[in-house]
Design a protein around this ligand. Structure first.
Ligand code: NAD
Length: 344
């Protein structure tokens, strides 16, 4: 396993490998860039097939956080952490305490929070060992509802841009993954009269959206080719790839998952097919925006800031049209300009 020559290594400032034998902790923390401030980004716990898969994930996710935080107008750099789920983990509290100690050893250069597989209770345990945790109970808490709000508004921006309509009423949308964010997203869409087609690998999560929102269930492999207006990837990354792109019938891809495109060229392929893509780190910034209000938490101010995602995405869509380039290249350029200015 290489680090500096790794395909996803992008001049990361620091990559830290953490192990605690007693608790079974194996984690990687990646600090991508701190020009705008201390790195902030959630912790993902996942059963990675290999250490390299975990490294690849944390390198890609932390880079995404730098761009996400910059474009959302936050004074925060980009970082992320992953915990490799493994059979040696017996005591979840001990695991997150050990994780907290690792975060603490970085002295505030990186703040962690919730992501896939990690909940607010885990973050509170880690917080017993370090102040460098965000998304705390009684403060900004679970970021998922805010991520869902931003994603919902981003979908509205995409529909407005492509079709000139303000209402989603009567549209059909497919959602891949109805976990924390996917559930709240479905609620917004359902409330606006959207017909939902969903998939997940967790039956309880599926049951909830069927009961509450009348969603139709399809199998995970059938989600891509549904005849819908919008496809919302809300599970894991790299699901927009060579295999899935030819299947997609939606004319808009807009969801909350991080790193949706397997490779940058898949953004070009979506554009060639006239599929409007909402860059993931722009549309899913609601959660981190909410986390940025952690110190003096104010839900109303946070909501107001999350609502800016609509305009930010509109700007990206319009510029991409004007420059005849992909929405991802416009977003990347806007973010790089902000990061560069901060460095100067
Ligand atoms: P989650 O774990 O609560 O939900 C993910 C859901 O996807 C789960 O229900 C899981 O069963 C399902 N899933 C996994 N593999 C699947 C597959 N192959 N097919 C269908 N379903 C599958 O996580 P979450 O917090 O809702 O986050 C979802 C995505 O959004 C992740 O990519 C995450 O990084 C991203 N994201 C989350 C937040 C947040 O605030 N939680 C913020 C920004 C981005």
């Amino acid at each position: 396993m290489t680090v500096f020559n790794h395909i996803s290594f992008d001049e990361h400032e620091q990559v830290v490998f953490c192990q605690d034998k007693e608790s079974g902790l194996k984690a990687i923390i990646a600090i991508h860039n701190t020009h705008l401030g201390p790195a902030v980004g959630g912790c993902r716990m996942w059963n990675y097939a290999s250490d390299d898969e975990a490294l690849n994930d944390v390198l890609r996710l932390s880079r995404g956080m730098t761009y996400k935080n910059a474009l959302a107008g936050l004074k925060m750099g980009g970082g992320k952490s992953v915990i490799i789920d493994n059979p040696n983990i017996q005591d979840r509290k001990a695991l997150f305490r050990a994780f907290g100690r690792c975060i603490d050893s970085l002295g505030g250069k990186y703040y962690s929070a919730e992501d896939v597989g990690v909940n607010t209770a885990d973050i509170m345990i880690a917080h017993e060992e370090t102040p460098y945790m965000a998304g705390l109970e009684g403060k900004s808490g679970d970021p998922s509802p805010f991520t869902a709000l931003g994603t919902y508004l981003g979908i509205k921006a995409a529909v407005k841009h492509q079709r000139g309509i303000d209402s989603l009423n009567g549209l059909k949308m497919s959602v891949q993954g109805v976990g924390h964010v996917g559930y709240y997203l479905c609620r917004h869409l359902h409330n606006e009269g959207v017909k939902l087609i969903v998939t997940d690998i967790n039956q309880a999560s599926l049951d909830r959206v069927v009961t509450e929102f009348g969603a139709e269930i399809v199998s995970p492999q059938d989600i891509y080719h549904q005849d819908v207006d919008v496809y919302a990837p809300c599970a894991l990354g790299a699901t927009i790839n060579d295999t899935t792109i030819p299947l997609i019938k939606a004319t808009i891809v807009a969801g909350c998952a991080n790193n949706q495109l397997a490779e940058a060229r898949h953004g070009d392929e979506l554009k060639a097919l006239n599929i409007l893509y909402a860059p993931d780190y722009v549309i899913n910034a609601g959660g981190i925006i909410n986390v940025s209000f952690e110190k003096n938490y104010d839900a109303a101010l946070s909501t107001q800031k999350v609502e800016e995602i609509y305009e930010t995405l509109m700007r990206v869509f319009i510029q991409a049209d004007e420059q005849n380039c992909t929405t991802t290249s416009v977003a990347d350029e806007l973010a790089r300009t902000i990061i560069h200015a901060a460095k100067e």
